[in-house]
Every structure is written in C-alpha cells, then in structure tokens.
Design a binder for this molecule. Sequence first.
Ligand code: PMV
Length: 351
Amino acid sequence: MINPSKKLLFDIKKLSGKTSWNSPSNIALIKYWGKKDLQAPINPSLSLTLNHCCSKTEISYIKSDNGFKYEFYFHNKLKPEFNKKLDTFFKRIIGYFPFLNKLNLKIDSENSFPHSSGIASSASAFSSLSLCLVDIEKSILGKNDFSNKASFISRLGSGSACRSVYGPAALWGKTNLLSDSNDNYAVPFKLPNFYSDYCDTILIVDENSKSVSSSTGHELIKNHYFKSNRIVQANANLENIINSIKKNDTNQFIEIIENEALTLHAMMLTSNPSFILFKPNTINIINKVWDFRKENNSSLCFTLDAGANIHLLYHNNDYKLVQDFINDKLLVYCSNGKYINDNIGMGPTRI
Ligand code: PMV
C-alpha cells in the first residue's frame, strides 16, 4: 500500500533540477472497463507493453515561495487546455508528494506517434509524467518504492497508465492468480520469449477523437445490466489466457483476445445510454482478419481499444505475411492509408 506522506522532511537545497522519461503505451488483452472507488478497477486486466508508441516527458523544477505551480508544454507549445485534466491529477497525487507544495514545474511532453491519429495517449502521457515525479521525489528524499509508486501515481491520472510502467506485460487488479496483484498499482507479468516477440500493427480507421470518452464509458458500467457477469467473464478470461500462455496454446490465446475486444464494445452497445465507437471499416477489417486466418496458418488476431482503430497482434515469424496482407487487403479501410507498426517493448526508460 502506498500511503500519503504526512511530513515535509527534505533537503531544501535539492529543490531544483531536471528529469526526463520515455514511457510507452500499452494494449490490453483482458480489458479494464468499469471503476470502483477512486480509479480502482472492477476486474483485473492484462496488457502488452508497446515499444515505439511513447510519450517523452521532461520536468524542470525550481523552488517556489508561493506554493505548487506548473506549466504544461506539448511539443514545445504552452497548452493551458490540458490544465483541467492535470489539475485533477495533481489534486489527487499531492498528498503522496508533499514536496510539490514547494515547487514550480515546467512540464514538456511529446508523443512519438502522430497527433490526431485517434490513438489514446493517456497511458504513455501519465506514466511518463508520473515516472518523472517519482524520480524527483527520489532525488529529493534519497529513496522511494520507485516502480510501484510510479504505477500507483500513473493510475490516478489514467487507470490503464499504471500498466505502462512495466514491460513486456503487466497485470493490474486483485486476482488470486498472482500473489502480489492488487488494485492500487500494476505488477510485472512474466511472458515467455515467444510472446515477447509479438508485433502490434495499429490500423488507423478513424483519426478523429472519439465521440464518447473512456471516463463516460467507465461511469456507465456502474449501473450496467451485465456488470456482474462481465466481472465473472473477465476473471475467467484472465485465468484462461494465463493458462494458454503457459501451454503455448495460440488458438485459445487468440480466441480470448478477440472475445475481450468484442465484449468491450458489446458493453458500450448495451450501456444505458448506449454508444458505438467502432466504424464500418472496423468491422470490414475484422471480417478480413477472420478470412485471412482461415486461409493461412497464422497467429494473426485483432484487439480494440475504446475506439475504432484495430490493433493487429501477430508473432514476428509472420511479419512478412501479415505486412503483405495489410498492404494488399487492409489499407483501403484505413484513414488515408495510415497504420503504425509497433512491437512488444520492455517498458519505460530514463533519458
Ligand atoms: O485508462 P482509461 O481510463 O483510458 O481506460 C482504458 C480502457 C481500455 O483502454 C478500453 C481498456 C484497457 O484496459 O486499457
């Protein structure tokens, strides 16, 4: 458990410096959809950590004589429009970082993936920001519970961000299947080498930001008719996917991943009010992937985030086969022919 810090015991001379972290996005195989309490998940989730879709955040800090202040720059431009989200985040975390009350921060952030690609950046953004903050705490206080605290603080920005702190895979949420699992922060999930060699090609079906936010989607689960069954299903899918990974049962692995993706969107369709985030081309691609799998002895499968874009997951051994398939059959469904080739990564790095 990470407790709020009560005392302001630190060396005032150390109150200036700079730190910078690069942190990836992640893609959930078992989906987190629905919260309880403050940013705690109603079910455990499991994700693969990406390699190239990252946010880089640098924080420069100096001593402040009149309380906590920050400025946020995105790609070198001052962006006050992000302050509402950031104010909520800092309000939630300041009790865990009392030294912030003595600091002025200049936060510079940038994404490695294109703007307006429809790719959610909250996981990479909040994890890179949180890693910088925990790093500052470490240099001021001398030591801390680094990764767990970084994951804990990331979670208070965006739930799924807590999983980005670990590569190649992370598990978040209490489950009897993993002894150190908990709702407060993610823990690393050991992945056999075979799965660490997976690729994720993100097909950009819609470049616009989505019509309904994840926060609204999570909120609608509170009174969802299928909520309790969804919790049972997610736990069963987690147990089965862990077994399929242990047994290297690719067919079962694929079946669970696609079932989770479609269930996520089924929960949206059956929320009250209901909403739809996939697009006709999302479904066109899914049908092509199913055809392709029937025709080829391939590990290719798809998953979806809370949006219209498709993540194609496949083993590196199939790289050429899948790239040819994308270029021949799928580009026509992508917005302006856009896609991003990524693969499983080992987690954040200090720059
Ligand atoms: O972390 P949030 O609040 O953006 O929610 C993310 C939810 C999904 O991406 C749909 C699923 C997940 O587990 O990442």
